[in-house]
Design a protein around this ligand. Structure first.
Ligand SMILES: Cc1cc2nc3c(=O)[nH]c(=O)nc-3n(C[C@H](O)[C@H](O)[C@H](O)COP(=O)(O)OP(=O)(O)OC[C@H]3O[C@@H](n4cnc5c(N)ncnc54)[C@H](O)[C@@H]3O)c2cc1C
Ligand code: SF4
Length: 323
């Protein structure tokens, strides 16, 4: 479909961006546009004004602090995939970035846009005429959810690849609005509602991500997808772990593509102190399958995606154990 006309505002500083936020209620923030623009083209959402954040210098900073990486929201995925600073201090983030979209997308797609990308569903990421022929759906312009017709909320899946990895690394994000800026846990910006999965207010902007640098902690990210060349995750899993000699001293697992928010698993502590054996891997498989509950939002059945998530977690733990 042709993109409807819109006004583009391109602030050159954070105060200008915040002022634009206030001046144009209902405007959409634009970064690389690789999620937002195709959606607008499909008639998903409307935007008379787009506020392009990529000319705000503060959002493009990538620096290393004594104990953390500071990544501006408009830093591109290509930069994350190739920058030596990321390779040295958070190689798993480069690994995750390399698995997002295609190489050309990554030259403009940003980490902020990736964290804030819309949720996805088989009945939603379609052309307008396709959706109209289906009576649209609860998430946008319709009255019924085709995935869970008896339910009253959207189950579209959050499918960003960077969020689970950043959750396992204990990342925080900086938010700004007219009253100032604040750092919050990354987990706190998400909620389990496919139609409103971000807790960001109308006037808020995600400014940066801070990733703690921790020696001894190793991490990785793997995803299952239909097309290996380029595709959203049917299930994507991040694991961060630390060993003390032969024992598991720390374990964090997060999953994407299966719920309306990225899921940081609970109860991993129960597995600490164990060494790597078949029983530990069986417990990890069980833990994932208990907490990950995909819905029928892709062509691949939900139960297969749950099992994929468990299998990826087990594979990652095996791989990271010998790092
Ligand atoms: C063919 C194709 C394949 C793809 N495959 C994948 C994939 O495998 N994995 C994956 O994760 N993604 C994938 N994507 C989606 C997209 O390319 C990435 O998620 C990308 O990182 C989005 O970043 P962006 O800068 O382009 O975001 P944009 O499209 O500019 O924005 C996305 C959303 O974030 C909001 N936003 C952007 N920046 C900010 C900010 N600083 N503060 C608050 N809100 C903000 C926007 O308003 C918008 O709602 C794919 C896209 C395409 C077209
Ligand atoms: S989960 Fe239901 S309401 Fe949400 S996008 Fe899919 S069909 Fe629409």
């Amino acid at each position: 479909m042709t993109l409807a006309d819109f006004q583009l505002v391109r602030p050159a500083s954070l105060p200008e961006a915040l002022a634009a936020r206030r001046a144009y209620p209902g405007a959409r923030l634009l970064a690389g546009g690789t999620d937002l623009v195709p959606n607008l083209r499909h008639g998903i959402g409307e935007a008379a004004v787009l506020i392009d954040l990529t000319a705000v210098p503060r959002l493009r900073e990538l620096t290393v602090e004594p104990s953390a990486l500071h990544i501006g929201a408009a830093v591109t995925l290509d930069r994350l995939a190739t920058d030596p600073m990321i390779a040295q201090h958070a190689p798993a983030l480069a690994e995750a970035a390399r698995q997002i979209a295609g190489a050309t997308h990554r030259t403009v797609a940003t980490i902020g846009g990736n964290l804030c990308l819309d949720t996805r569903c088989l009945y939603y990421n379609q052309s307008a005429w396709w959706r109209q022929s289906n009576g649209f759906c609860l998430k946008y312009r319709g009255e019924r959810c085709h995935v869970a017709p008896e339910g009253n909320r959207c189950r579209a899946a959050y499918s960003g690849d960077a969020a689970p990895l950043l959750l396992t690394l204990g990342a925080t994000v900086e938010l700004a609005d007219g009253t100032g800026t604040a750092w919050v846990d990354l987990e706190s910006i998400f909620r389990d509602d496919g139609a409103a999965h971000l807790r960001l207010g109308e006037d808020q902007i995600l400014l940066a991500v801070r990733v703690p640098i921790r020696s001894g902690l190793v991490a990785g990210y793997e995803k299952a997808r239909l097309r290996d060349a380029m595709d959203f995750p049917l299930a994507g899993v991040a694991v961060a772990l630390r060993r003390e000699n032969d024992r598991l001293a720390e374990l964090r697992i997060a999953v994407t593509g299966t719920s309306s928010r990225p899921v940081l698993l609970t109860d991993c502590e129960a597995l600490l102190g164990r060494s790597l054996d078949a029983e530990l891997l069986r417990q990890i498989d069980k833990l994932v399958q208990r907490q990950v509950k995909p819905m029928r939002t892709t062509l691949i059945p939900a139960h297969s995606r749950r099992r994929m998530a468990a299998a990826l977690a087990v594979r990652l733990v095996r791989r990271l154990w010998s790092c």
